[in-house]
Write a new protein. Structure first.
Length: 391
């Protein structure tokens, strides 16, 4: 029988890429000096009173003032896995430590990858290089429309991305090509995700749509989601959470194409979901601002989330717990557009939780998942819970 636990529901919100300063091994990843939140908050007067009151600026010295008595729990966590990508971060948060990083392709995909894919889809590809998704459709979109050849590209993340115009390549065909790539990318080339990237519009005005689909690899063992679901509890995945976990371990998946839509869906879940986990990813920080070196956009997105944070808190019941963290960094002030090897913030708040508790520097993101698991009378294979510290 599952333990009742102190919290009926846990809402876990990932601010995708909101790192809070370089980890000790950052130089090994080319990320010396990376500081996503620090550099963003230093860019101007960024108004985030609600995150400050939860204890964000009490984690470490930041360019915003700490509060004397935070109303939340605060700390930071290291990534103990090898890598700094979306899949690695979310998997670790859910109890899986990745010892070997997923492959990346800074020079594009080699012939052993591209040639079988081209044979399978019956046409040559365009691109085959690391690129910004918005920039590469500006560069190659018109040629794609004229030739029907898909645009294949990657990034610093472990991804194989296929972009195609919806009027040239129907969505279902693009998705089928993505499934083909997913099946072919095995062994040393088993990337974390294959991503279908549809776009629309005319030359000079191409824009990506929200019909994106991710084709991830199956987690190698049970995750937090699997164990919560197996216990007969709800697991509501908001945004890209479902695709990151290969649609495994969820009882409901709520689509959301941007931060505000993800907050809306989280509020919907708080109104309708029973005992269990609500797991939300806010993708804009990473996709729109970190990867595009848009410091001002990142600052605005923090302010927008901060303004909506009280809506989430108001919608929570007395026995709910909110946890906020990140999966990696993506410093918009960095010289590159890549993810960065950083600590991530750990914030929590609930009416039944203690206020002003410093949980310190956690050795692993898995501590977050283990805390959630212990609340529901469960246990993960990695991580050290801090549930007892916040009760």
């Amino acid at each position: 029988m599952i333990s009742k636990g102190p919290f009926n529901r846990v809402v876990l919100v990932v601010l995708d890429s909101a790192g809070i300063g370089e980890m000790p091994d950052a130089a090994d990843y080319g990320d010396s000096g990376a500081d996503t939140l620090g550099h963003t908050l230093a860019s101007r007067n960024v108004d985030i009173p609600n995150l400050r009151h939860m204890g964000l600026a009490n984690i470490r010295r930041l360019p915003v003032e700490p509060v004397e008595k935070p109303n939340g729990i605060f700390g930071k966590a290291a990534t103990s896995s090898s890598g700094k990508d979306t899949t690695t971060g979310h998997w670790e948060m859910s109890g899986i430590i990745t010892a070997k990083p997923f492959p990346t392709y800074p020079n594009g995909f080699p012939p052993r990858v591209i040639e079988p894919f081209e044979r399978a889809i019956g046409r040559k590809v365009l691109g085959n290089k690391p690129a910004s998704g918005t920039e590469i459709i500006k560069e190659l979109g018109e040629e794609h429309v004229l030739t029907g050849r898909p645009i294949v590209y990657t990034s610093a993340d472990s991804v194989f991305q296929i972009a195609a115009h919806e009027e040239v390549v129907p969505l279902e065909q693009l998705y089928q090509w993505s499934r083909i790539a997913r099946e072919q990318l095995t062994g040393e080339d088993e990337v974390g995700r294959v991503i279908a990237r549809p776009f629309v519009g005319e030359p000079g005005n191409f824009r990506r749509t929200e019909a994106r689909q991710d084709f991830a690899i199956d987690p190698p063992e049970d995750t937090l989601l699997d164990r919560v679901k197996s216990a007969g509890l709800a697991v509501t995945a908001v945004g890209k959470i479902g695709s990151i976990f290969c649609h495994r371990g969820t009882t409901e998946e709520l689509k959301a194409g941007n931060n505000n839509a993800s907050v809306d869906q989280t509020l919907h879940a708080l109104r309708s979901t029973g005992r269990g986990l609500i797991f939300t990813n806010l993708v804009d920080f990473d996709m729109l601002y970190g990867h595009r070196n848009d410091v001002e956009g990142y600052a605005r997105a923090l302010e927008e989330f901060d303004r909506r944070l009280p809506e989430i808190q108001k919608a929570m019941r007395d026995d709910d717990l909110l946890m906020i963290s990140a999966d990696h960094g993506c410093d918009p002030a960095d010289v590159s557009t890549d993810h960065t090897r950083e600590y991530v913030p750990v914030l929590a708040w609930g009416r039944r939780a203690r206020a002003g508790v410093d949980v310190g520097i956690r050795a692993s993101l898995a501590d977050i998942g283990q805390t959630v698991a212990e609340n529901f009378g469960l246990e993960l294979q990695a991580g050290r819970s801090f549930l007892g510290e916040i009760l």
